[in-house]
Design a protein around this ligand. Sequence first.
Ligand SMILES: [Zn+2]
Ligand SMILES: [Zn+2]
Length: 192
Amino acid sequence: MPEYLTSAPNNWKCRLVLAAVPRDGSPYEDEFTLPLDRPIDYWDQIYTPLSELKVRVTAFRSEGRVVAEVAVETEVEAPCARCLEPARSRVKGDLRYIFSLRRDEQLREKNEGAQDGDEEIILLDSWEDEIDLAQMVWETFITALPPAILCSPDCRGLCPTCGANLNEGPCSCKTEGGDPRFEVLRKFMENQ
Ligand SMILES: [Zn+2]
Ligand SMILES: [Zn+2]
């Protein structure tokens, strides 16, 4: 078993049973949890899940298509972007997916001209009994991961000179005054 999750795990069972989605356009709702049993590696950031992934799927029919709104929620731990100590963050996000038959969309394009293309439509060759949403749930989850997590909004970070955690008190480096975050920027410019 790989050390990190980098794609939807095989043990995720999340299928949308199409027969359950009402014909009259009213929404069908389903809620379930999926296991997050390993840390996630995304854009070289490691996120340790602190709970299972809560998923809510809302699906409805519209003009021959099936629209599925996927909402996810969990909590993760990752190194603080400033001081590298463990920091927690809530993860919450939702994405919308539209499923349609390839032949219906080809017909629609012929009749209505090219689409504006602001909504991506997932084309199917036929309506199966169910649609596997694992990839969509994974995508919704990773796009909701915060790129930078702070242990606290006023985290003082590390001293750019000696690396001391400034949340634990000032270090003995001589300061040139000013915000320690600007000090990081100054160092960065010096190294260019
Ligand atoms: Zn911090
Ligand atoms: Zn220092």
